[in-house]
Design a protein around this ligand. Sequence first.
Ligand code: ADP
Ligand code: MG
Length: 271
Amino acid sequence: MSAAEEMKNEQSRQFERGTANTVLHIDDVHKSFAGLHALSDVDLDVREGETHAIIGPNGAGKSTLLNVCVGRLKPDRGAVVFDGEVLTGKSPHEINQLGVARVFQTPEVFPELTVLENVMVPALSKRDGHFRLNPFKNFFREKAIREEAESVLENVGLQAQLSGLASTMSRGDKRRLELAMGLIQHPRLLLLDEPTAGMARHDTNATIDLLKKIKEGGMTKVIIEHDMHVVFSLADRISVLAGGRIIAQGTPEEIKVDPRVKEAYLGEEQV
Ligand code: ADP
Ligand code: MG
């Protein structure tokens, strides 16, 4: 084991001993792109069962932070620890297998598959540890998974579109499909990057209701969101990123009146 790995393991052990109800621990993360500091000194703890919102102006580093958590980007420094395991250095697939699912800002669905098949893929992948599309194997033999996929799709309001191709969906519907693809994995931690972007107001409200319902089930969520109505409807705690740094953390009530937050948003929408 290298010295760096040994250090990470020790950090992991310290973390396990320390904050018992912290499920995701982001520790001193830095990330630069060709000299641009997208993230600097980012420390953030997400507690078991909470909905933790990350807000901040465009370009603040929110998506970068999420991509570091899911293994799509490697931080230049620092670590992400989930449930006592250091995620930094693991592949997105390994991180997913540990119980972390994500819904990205740009929907990533399988355009050539139906809506139902799209939701069955992550469930099959979770069960089998991998998924390879086999044209000779009929999806629909997987009765239990198909039924669960149907039920999840009903929950997100897509029950009328099961057999449509994902490529023909609107952007808002693709977002709901991606949410269903996350939910069917029963993740311990769900990371959502602007889940209501591109949705009409009534679909946004339906998504808020759905995410509230999931909250009752105890799933821990990190939600990046630009829409303050969504943030204040869902978040237990909020972290504010600006210029790659966490400038404020607190309850929605604390964040609403924080002058640093108002300042960060000057020239953008008002908090
Ligand atoms: P947010 O999601 O808060 O809007 P991002 O995390 O997408 O912000 O971006 C933070 C900063 O990093 C921006 O200045 C953005 O242009 C830059 N950035 C993000 N991804 C890359 C990349 N892959 N290469 C170069 N610059 C990037
Ligand atoms: Mg973003």
